[in-house]
Ligand binder design. Structure first.
Ligand code: UGA
Length: 440
């Protein structure tokens, strides 16, 4: 099939590259000419494991190309994906202006039969608005143009794997014709075991927010439990294992730490709560989920202060700056929020990240960024693990202890074994673990 993908951010680019692997002819379109230039040279504009290879394969097969404007590709496309950003407004609501703009730009070039796919995460009701915009621009458009919702569930850092081997493909639509086109598009993935779920449009839109908010709730639940464990002398990691053995609960997303961040959970949770309020339902649980997430960073800061007393003239090394491992994305990264709080209290903060150093530096120029983990630790009074990169799990602890000014470790992601840390002479603060505050 011929496919156009509007927006080449994380979702759009991975979608475009994946669909080209399924033998579709794909054009990725983006207003950002610099990004398009990079992509035309076969380079991914951001780090995502496996994506660079897919882009190269797509380009050499001739099935994946990029353009800043491609009216012909829109006209001839069987399926057009809208993957533009939906950032949060200051009110917390999703800003859908980019979706409207994309629809206006598409409208003059549409020629059916075409399925216009809303792939970006949006509040329920957006697809109807999208259709309205298309019809206002082109009143003659008829059933040959179908709008469907097909939310993505890919995770940064695992996006290629998630796209090539999804558990489910959710499509919200109104006509058999549209469902059939989407089945045809994803046929190789369905054959490989992906569950194809058909719903009405509002249900598909709401389901995406429901999934992200539920996952955020699981994490916040565990972080609240961590606060309790620290007071009760229990170990939240062991409780997570116990809970995880119950298939009704599941082990995933029960890791306590600095909390959730990134481009999706923070904005989606807020947008979901705002949508709910607009529809007349007070979904207060979502606000509590957010509050507990903020508390997770505050609790980590308290441990640093407990260990160092005054932060002035203290050097604090943050290990991991991305919002989670295997990505260079620092948007709403808990590590940077913590860095900001430490800087506000006049600590000297140095960060290290295997991939996200440059992004962190441009997001927060006042942060010193080291290019090697031991350089970051050199002379630091405290080491704080903010993101659980594998590199930190295999840290040479003796070397680390040797270069640190004080052997203090605040483990914001529970990557180390408390007993081992104590035996190596560290003053170790875990997250929600009984060993907190015990000195060696
Ligand atoms: C999330 C969802 O997992 C995807 O299904 C969804 O498609 C995506 O948002 C989206 O809406 O685009 P992502 O933001 O890439 O994916 O990251 P996650 O792997 O879900 O992690 C989110 C945050 O939760 C990270 O900051 C991570 O460190 C944190 N987390 C995760 C925990 O603190 N504890 C856990 O147990 C799990």
């Amino acid at each position: 099939m011929r496919v156009a993908v509007v927006g080449t951010g994380h979702v759009g680019l991975v979608t475009a590259a994946t669909l080209s692997m399924l033998d579709h002819e794909v054009v990725g379109i983006d207003e950002d000419e610099e990004k398009i230039r990079l992509l035309q040279q076969g380079k991914s504009p951001f780090f995502e494991p496996g994506l660079q290879e897919l882009i190269e394969k797509g380009a050499s097969s001739g099935r994946l190309r990029f353009a800043s404007d491609a009216p012909d590709a829109i006209t001839s496309a069987h399926v057009i994906f809208i993957c533009v950003g939906t950032p949060a407004r200051s009110t917390g609501e999703a800003n859908l202006a980019a979706i409207e703009r994309a629809a206006r730009r598409l409208a003059p070039h549409l020629s059916g039969p075409t399925v216009v796919v809303e792939k970006s995460t949006v509040p329920a009701g957006t697809a109807d608005r999208l259709w309205q915009v298309l019809r206002l621009e082109r009143p003659e458009l008829d059933d040959d143009i179908q709008v469907v919702s097909n939310p993505e569930f890919l995770r940064e850092g695992q996006a290629v794997e998630d796209s090539l081997r999804p558990e489910r493909i959710l499509v919200g639509g109104r006509s058999t014709k549209a469902f059939e086109a989407m089945r045809q598009l994803y046929e190789p993935l369905i054959r490989d075991g992906a569950q194809f779920i058909e719903t009405d449009i509002q249900t598909a839109e709401l389901a995406k927010h429901a999934c992200n908010a539920f996952l955020a709730m699981k994490i916040s639940y565990t972080n609240a439990l961590a606060r309790l464990c620290e007071r009760a002398g229990a170990d939240v990691t062991a409780i997570a294992e116990v809970m995880g053995t119950d298939p009704r609960i599941g082990r995933a997303f029960l890791d306590a730490g600095l909390g959730w961040g990134g481009y999706c959970f923070p904005k989606d949770l807020q947008a979901f709560e705002r949508l709910s309020a607009r529809l007349g339902y007070d979904f207060g649980l979502l606000r509590e989920v957010q509050r507990i997430n903020d508390e997770a960073i505050a609790a980590t800061l308290e441990k640093v202060k407990d260990a160092l007393w005054n932060l002035e003239d203290k050097r604090v090394a943050l290990l991991g700056l991305s919002f989670k491992p295997r990505t260079d994305d620092v948007r709403l990264s808990p590590a940077l929020v913590l860095a900001g709080r430490l800087l506000d209290e006049d600590a000297h903060v140095v960060g290290y990240d295997p991939e996200a150093g440059a992004n962190a530096k441009s997001e927060m120029p006042e942060l010193e960024v080291a290019s090697d983990v031991y350089d970051a630790l050199d002379g630091a009074h405290c080491m704080v693990v903010c993101t659980e990169w594998d590199e930190f799990r295999s840290l040479d602890l003796d070397r680390a202890r040797g270069v640190l000014a004080h052997p203090i470790v605040v483990d914001g992601r529970n990557v180390f074994d408390p007993a081992e840390m104590r035996s190596k002479g560290f003053i170790y603060y875990g997250t929600g673990r009984a060993s907190n505050f015990e000195m060696s």
